[in-house]
Design a protein around this ligand. Structure first.
Ligand SMILES: C[S@@+](CC[C@H](N)C(=O)[O-])C[C@H]1O[C@@H](n2cnc3c(N)ncnc32)[C@H](O)[C@@H]1O
Length: 463
């Protein structure tokens, strides 16, 4: 370690920046996020500089640098190309002020790291001045891992620290309290923006003998490709104590679950509800009541044909905290993978999602007249087994038999299959390709737009 990381306390601090150009401006932008008083020493200043930091900086000419340096916690020389740079460096040294010279690590007492600013939580990445671009790329990766509101959580912890010290005098017990508070339900509430709830939860946990509370997250796992998970979904999957997952969640996503977490498959494919819905509700509630962080992982989006609504209702009715994390619905994921725009100004002004599977099995009672209207796209979920009846009903209600259709099985996964044709041939397309599902039926002119669809139509014409 050639450099030792440390954080300057900026409360009641003064800092000096030499320079009025772009480099100085970048440094002042960083400093302006702190409470420090900032003096900018310039002989020349770029237009707009003073206005950008109006009320936040004091601008002074070089012959006023002495008094500013006298009280400065540190100084930054950011006028590299300016003839005054050498003078600024000499002066700062005379005053014994720690010094950073932009792009000259050899002249620096300290370097300014790449920073992630989440309020009270600040992450700094340094490369000892050898590769700032590398620091930037590491920062980008870390950005994705740090919840946006982690700074709010830290600020809440700072406020509660004195109360925690009084309520739990034993330091080991207090550390256990903080571990729970900063990773458990209180943290989840803070990350969801409910700071009052988070504070109430932390205070409740400070009471002697307080029961440990769990939480249920209904998380959308997307259509299969793990790269289509949201950042929040990934974080929750990796933090969960127990994960209940559907058959539709891909193996690649299951592999992301923490190794020591319990994994419980709850089946739920069409017509094969291996664990009854009520039992799933009971298990979710029981696990949360044991104080666990429960993730209920569902294919696509939990609120699109996913029974997420029922689960949310049941869990909340039992007095257990529950939150929902949206996922990329298979309709969106499959369409994107196929290059098939679900709406298009020339072809489809509306988009309808329907289920092809009635609650008690068979063909659902849909509004076929509405589904047959032109200039719309209809996406049918769970419609493989009923495709013949669906095509027949929509054609009978007036949609042209030649309307393009696409059938996408296992969309976004390695074993994805896509077939194209017309509405009248829909069941044959499915049969010929041996499609069993999970698959989506996309009905409408947009299904004829992908290059594959055009190539297919051309081949059919020639044959
Ligand atoms: C119970 S629904 C769940 C839908 C899910 N909540 C969503 O937003 O995608 C199951 C149906 O979603 C569709 N589906 C889910 N994942 C799919 C995938 N990777 N490729 C094609 N269709 C998929 C199929 O129609 C499947 O029968």
């Amino acid at each position: 370690m050639r450099q030792f990381p440390a954080f300057f306390n900026m409360h009641d601090a003064s800092v000096v920046v030499f320079g009025g150009g772009e480099e100085a401006r970048r440094k002042v932008r960083l400093l302006a996020a702190t409470p420090a008083r900032i003096t900018v020493i310039v002989s020349q200043i770029d237009p707009g500089f003073a206005e950008e930091f109006a009320g936040r900086i004091t601008i002074a000419p070089p012959d006023h640098a002495g008094p500013a340096l006298d009280i400065a916690r540190f100084a930054i020389v950011a006028n590299r190309l300016d003839v005054n740079a050498d003078k600024a460096i000499t002066m700062a040294r005379q005053y014994g002020v720690p010094l950073n010279v932009v792009d000259r690590p050899d002249l620096c007492d300290f370097t300014v790291p790449s920073i992630i600013d989440r309020g009270d939580v600040v992450a700094a990445i340094g490369t000892s001045g050898s590769a700032p671009v590398l620091a930037k790329s590491i920062r980008e990766k870390l950005e994705a891992l740090l919840p946006q509101r982690i700074g709010d959580l830290a600020a809440l912890a700072r406020r509660l620290r004195p109360d925690a010290r009084t309520a739990i005098p034993d330091s080991k017990a207090r550390r256990r309290f903080w571990e729970r508070a900063l990773t458990g339900p209180a943290a989840d509430l803070a990350y969801a923006g409910d700071l009052e709830g988070a504070e109430a939860e932390m205070r409740a946990q400070l009471r002697p003998g307080a029961p440990v509370r769990g939480i249920v997250h209904l998380v959308g796992a997307g259509p299969g490709d793990p790269e289509l998970l949201t950042l929040k979904a990934l974080r929750l999957i990796q933090e969960a104590d127990i994960v209940y997952y559907d058959r539709l969640v891909s193996d690649a996503i299951i592999a992301l679950i923490r190794r020591d977490a319990d994994r419980v498959p709850v089946g739920k494919s069409k017509g094969d509800h291996s664990v009854p819905q009520e039992t799933i509700h009971e298990w979710l509630i029981a696990s949360a009541r044991e104080g666990k962080r429960v993730v209920r992982l569902k294919g696509g989006d939990p609120f699109i044909f996913g029974r997420g609504g029922e689960e949310l209702e049941a869990v909340r009715a039992a007095g257990v905290d529950a939150q929902v994390v949206p996922g990329i619905s298979s309709a969106l994921g499959c369409a994107a993978a196929a290059g098939l725009p679900l709406t298009h100004r020339d072809h489809a002004q509306s988009l309808t999602f329907v289920t092809g599977h009635a609650k008690e099995g068979g063909v659902p009672d849909l509004d076929w007249t509405a589904l047959a209207r032109p200039a719309q796209t209809v996406v049918v979920f769970m419609g493989v087994g009923t495709s013949a009846a669906i095509a027949e009903n929509i054609i009978r209600a007036g949609r042209a038999p030649s309307t393009p259709v696409a059938v996408i099985e296992n969309g976004t996964r390695a074993n994805e299959i896509r077939v194209y044709g017309t509405l009248s041939e829909l069941p044959h397309l499915i049969q010929r390709a041996g499609i069993k599902g999970p698959a989506l039926l996309v009905i409408g002119e947009v299904a004829g737009l992908p290059e594959e669809a055009i190539a297919h139509a051309f081949k059919e014409q020639v044959a």
